[in-house]
Write a new protein. Structure first.
Length: 191
């Protein structure tokens, strides 16, 4: 992406996050986002085909960056620390976009961000299985990925909806008690 396109994308990203914090993302219009970003509608379409698509791309980019920062690169590491650091980064991401996520996570009709989070967690879990950080207790690693991912989405939804201040470290301590012993954050995990 060239510098001009990157600046446009950054402006559109800021606009969609600002608007999605106060309005249902499904009701946002391209014109509204372009106006808030100070760009032309045609510039919007150079980056996305819909407001909800743009929102998902922006949030997915931040989540993928956290995964890459802590789980990417070299394969030899203390996986319990890497998983904890990644989870903390995701919790801070969720907190920084709390209003955006709450609007979707609390709605039975809008599961778009719930599915985005589940997809993110499943991809991270698949990576952990591939690298040997998680030893699948069953033959199908996708079963493990889906089980942990969807449970994690439910747990972070409850945490995010809770009263302020929300303490990511306290959440991780509680979450560690919920995960199975083969998960790297479990206090019963065989190191």
């Amino acid at each position: 992406m060239d510098a001009r396109a990157r600046r446009s994308f950054e402006r559109l990203s800021a606009a969609v996050l600002e608007l999605a914090a106060v309005k249902n993302p499904e009701t946002l219009s391209v014109a509204e986002i372009a106006r808030t970003a100070g760009v032309h509608r045609s510039t919007f379409y150079e980056h996305s085909d819909s407001p909800s698509g743009l929102l998902r791309a922006v949030l997915r980019g931040e989540l993928d960056e956290a995964r890459e920062r802590f789980l990417g690169g070299a394969h030899e590491r203390a996986w319990d620390v890497a998983v904890r650091d990644t989870t903390l980064a995701v919790l801070h991401h969720l907190e920084s976009h709390r209003d955006v996520y709450l609007r979707s996570l609390a709605s039975a009709a809008d599961a778009s961000l719930r599915s985005l989070l589940s997809e993110h967690f499943r991809a991270s879990i698949r990576l952990l299985v591939e690298r040997g950080a998680v030893r699948s207790p069953v033959a199908d690693p996708e079963l493990v990925a889906r089980f942990v991912a969807d449970g994690t989405v439910g747990a972070v939804s409850v945490w995010l909806a809770g009263e302020a201040p929300r303490d990511p470290e306290a959440f991780l301590d509680d979450f560690a008690l919920l995960v199975p012993p083969w998960w790297p954050l479990s206090p019963d995990h065989p190191d």
